[in-house]
Design a protein around this ligand. Structure first.
Ligand SMILES: *Cc1c(COP(=O)(O)O)cnc(C)c1O
Length: 503
């Protein structure tokens, strides 16, 4: 198995090279040149495995340079029971709402209380493994642009990992107080955090530019370093995410909820950069029986429009919402889906991406749109509807969910109302702990504004709902702020060189 660029400029790249470089030289994203197939018997076998075994087995199929034993030795600590409150990394909570059955796939029991941990606890092992195999002794400089949750999860995954340093940029006023606090108090000798004046797209574009800047790359090389990314465009991020969709299905087989060959589920994902939902799509490509992917957005509904019309247009108002990890107008991983839907037509994909870069807009052809709509259903909701959904879920199901998950539930209910698809069991990705967005969740549940700082609010939320504050959030209160610096988008380059210890 090898990797190639979605834009056609690179082929026959090894898995470790794809992981080390993150993005292809032509600006495209790395995709595997084939997908392993899982039969019903394979699913049965996986159903009998632990999460760690499921992860090692699935990842081994995509990483020929890594032995199964190697991957097992990565998965064991990455998904160790003591790292995940409750002991299992990806548990399902079943909710019955009228005729429909929802399985909330809770991906936020890890060290930073958001689903990004699922990939970012694994990525450091994949990346340092790749450095050993292919890095010529170089040190990796990890650049991350974050809308909140990635930054913290990456910092936590990479802190004090040998041969790596990490630099995180977040939009100054685009993350929640708790998210900011999680990042600015980060421990570790190889970490650096900086706010930028701008939104997430500015941060992401800035990082992409530095990444492909030949001069900066030369300076790094002279210093025995190379860039790598922990953003969701990195194959090493996407791959571990495929695992939990298989895992969810296997757990449903184990409990008897999925009991015949080919029985399909829907998968609902609150979507931003399109990474999480793309991993679900790849799982289907590998044989997981999926009926529909439901792509849920907040008011930044560029993907809803795209799925409904085939027009991708980022020239629109940018909203700062209460689900900030989805405040994104350029969903980078969509490029991989387009590559697949067009039958690997890299020229076509490159032309759309060039149009997007030049004009902010492109339109796919009718055949691609049709394929897209057969697989995906898109919907969105605004902040008011999100709050109402949190309230309703708590009142009727006694289930407390965060703002992102609430968007997914709301859009799923809309999907059911419009399609009458009440029969297909549905897995909804629950992407963050409600305590990461405690003030909004408190307001939703009680109808009142919470008083005090984030920690006071978390205590009130806990008291009102009878739920527990996750330990990683409770422990933040005592930690000192280490990183208070702010820079402009134009200043990011210098910041990177400084953090890498070059300037
Ligand atoms: C990152 C994130 C998302 C969006 O996931 P993508 O892979 O970017 O689509 C949704 N919810 C939460 C809580 C997140 O952190």
């Amino acid at each position: 198995m090898h990797y190639k660029s979605t834009r056609g400029g690179q082929e026959n790249i090894s898995a470790s090279q794809a992981i080390l470089h993150g993005i292809a030289k032509d600006g495209g994203l790395f995709v595997p040149d084939s997908f392993p197939q899982y039969s019903y018997a394979d699913l049965h076998e996986l159903a009998g495995c632990t999460y760690q075994e499921r992860a090692a087995r699935i990842m081994a199929d995509f990483l020929p340079e890594f032995s199964k034993e190697e991957l097992e030795s990565y998965a064991a600590p990455a998904y160790a029971p003591e790292k995940f409150e409750g002991g299992f990394p990806a548990p399902l909570s079943m909710l019955q709402n009228g005729q429909v059955t929802m399985y909330l796939l809770e991906l936020w029991h890890g060290p930073t209380c958001a689903f990004k941990d699922m990939a970012l606890q694994m990525l450091p092992y994949l990346l340092t493994g790749s450095l050993r195999k292919d890095g010529c002794g170089k040190k990796a400089v990890i650049l991350v642009a974050t809308s909140g949750d990635t930054g913290k999860a990456a910092l936590e995954g990479f802190k004090d990992v040998d041969g790596v340093s990490i630099q995180v940029f977040y939009p100054e006023s685009g993350v929640s107080d708790m998210q900011k606090r999680q990042m600015t108090t980060q421990e570790g000798g190889n970490v650096s955090v900086c706010a930028i004046q701008g939104n997430f797209d500015d941060a992401q574009s800035g990082v992409k530019k530095i990444f492909t800047d030949p001069q900066v790359n030369r300076i790094l090389e002279e210093n025995g370093m190379l860039f790598s990314s922990a953003n969701s465009i990195n194959w090493g991020r996407l791959l571990p995410q495929i695992v939990y969709y298989f895992s969810a299905y296997c757990d449903l087989m184990r409990t008897g909820e999925m009991d015949y060959e080919g029985e399909k589920i829907n998968i609902v994902v609150p979507t931003g950069n399109f990474g999480n939902i793309l991993a679900a799509y790849y799982a289907k490509k590998m044989g997981l029986p999926v009926n529909r992917f439901i792509c849920a957005s907040n008011s930044n509904n560029v993907l809803t429009e795209f799925i409904r019309t085939g027009v991708y247009d980022r020239n629109r108002q940018f909203y700062t919402t209460i689900s900030p990890s989805m405040d994104i107008l350029i969903s980078s991983n969509l490029e991989r889906l387009l590559y697949d839907l067009t039958g690997n037509n890299s020229a076509l994909v490159a032309s759309w991406m060039n149009q997007l870069a030049a004009t902010g807009r492109y339109q796919v052809d009718a055949a691609t749109l049709q394929k897209l709509q057969e697989l995906f259903w898109g919907g969105f909701c605004d902040d008011g509807e999100t709050l109402q959904e949190i309230r309703e879920m708590f009142q009727t199901e006694n289930y407390l969910c965060d703002t992102h998950t609430a968007v997914a539930v709301h859009v799923y209910k809309e999907y059911v109302a419009q399609t009458q698809d009440t029969a297909t069991p549905t897995v909804i990705a629950s992407t963050a702990s409600p305590y990461k967005f405690a003030s909004h969740v408190y307001k939703a549940v009680t109808g009142e504004d919470a008083a005090g700082d984030d920690f006071a609010v978390a205590s009130q939320l806990s008291a009102v709902t009878g739920t527990q504050i996750p330990a990683p959030i409770a422990s933040l209160q005592e930690k000192p702020v280490r990183f208070a610096n702010v820079c402009t988008a134009a200043g990011m380059r210098e910041e990177v060189l400084r953090a890498a210890g070059i300037r």
